[in-house]
Design a protein around this ligand. Structure first.
Ligand code: AMP
Ligand code: MG
Length: 327
């Protein structure tokens, strides 16, 4: 197994990025940033989001610029509750069933946008549909209630890189490009939301924090799975995504020379996703372990096999994309 090298330094650029507390003064600063069209990273139960006022074109455009995100990749609009989301989309019975069961929570629905919606057209990159979510995190929820306008928020990381599950992950790549980050510690789930397209027969666009089996049980039917078949509808569908600087080798049972081994279950390794083979714990550790090894300057990471059921589907989806050849 390889030795872990010293940490890399962080590069700062123009904007002064404030780290905000979760008290009322911090939340006031946070809503002020959003109102002025600024960029604010905030915690959710999935990963840290890079937020901007979803109704201001310029603010939404700044998200794409700060992330270096291709402008064909639409963003999710976040709401404090289902009722406030309903005025922007054409609701459906299936939307009712899923949101009554899973909201607030880690499921994003894609629905047709209403003509009178005030959401910026840039948010959905000119598509007639829009992705919506109500996060299950007290700080995100306070922010959304206090701001009282939808917040556009992809994950707070450069496009294609590992999603942030801690404020320090956000700062290491976006300091100097955003006005603030609310520091609320580590995200509980550590994996992005599951995305379901309801503009057609319910279709999985991205596995995520709520396992597919549970969603299928709730709907009483199987989800269609057109991941990447009809072109890219979600950035997580790009073959290389969630990528650390290091090269990844999957389904490894031991480390080769120079490799650092990320294990799963009871095994000898450098870092373990979950010693107890618990998929929820593994999901929460996945991005944090990759960030940690990147920061140490590790060049080659081997990852042990992770079972494909429950949250394992989303974990393996992220690992496969993180290991994919890059352009
Ligand atoms: P992230 O950037 O990780 O927060 O992911 C946001 C996700 O929402 C991406 O996978 C987007 O492509 C997806 N999304 C947003 N709007 C739409 C839409 N109208 N149709 C399909 N997917 C969408
Ligand atoms: Mg992302």
């Amino acid at each position: 197994m390889a030795n872990l090298k010293p940490e890399r330094s962080v590069t700062m650029s123009d904007i002064q990025t404030m780290t905000l507390r979760t008290n009322s003064a911090g939340m006031k600063q946070a809503t002020d940033i959003l109102r002025k069209g600024g960029l604010l990273a905030f915690p959710t139960e999935t990963v840290y989001g890079l937020g901007a006022d979803a109704t201001q074109d310029l603010a939404v455009a700044r998200i794409y610029a700060a992330k270096g995100r291709p402008t064909f990749n639409p963003l999710i609009a976040h709401f404090p509750d289902a009722d406030s989301a309903k005025s922007h989309v054409h609701w459906s019975e299936e939307a009712d069933i899923l949101t009554n069961t899973f909201w607030p929570g880690a499921i994003t629905l894609v629905l047709e946008k209403r003509q009178d919606s005030t959401l910026s057209a840039l948010l959905s990159t000119g598509l007639s549909s829009v992705a919506i979510r109500v996060p299950d995190h007290s700080i995100a929820s306070n922010l959304l209630h206090q701001f009282s306008s939808p917040i556009a928020a992809p994950s707070a990381n450069p496009s294609g890189a590992i999603s942030p599950t801690k404020p320090e992950h956000v700062l290491s790549s976006l300091a100097g490009k955003i006005e603030g980050v609310i520091d609320a510690g580590a995200c509980r789930l550590g994996l992005e939301s599951t995305i379901i397209d309801l503009t057609v027969a319910p279709t999985l666009l991205r596995p995520g924090g709520i396992p597919v089996e549970i969603i299928e049980d709730c709907l009483g039917k199987k989800l269609q799975n057109t991941q990447a078949k009809d072109g890219i509808k979600a950035p997580g569908q790009l073959s290389s995504h969630y990528a650390p600087c290091a090269k990844l080798r999957l389904n490894a049972t031991s480390a080769l020379d120079e490799e650092v081994l990320i294990g799963f279950g009871d095994m000898e390794c450098d870092l373990n996703l979950s010693q107890d083979a618990d998929l929820t714990e593994a999901a929460a550790h996945l991005f944090a372990h990759l960030h940690f090894l990147d920061k140490k300057g590790v060049a080659c990471i081997a990852v042990a096999p992770v079972p494909q059921h429950g949250l394992g589907q989303a974990i393996n989806d992220r690992l496969i994309r993180a290991a994919a050849p890059r352009d």
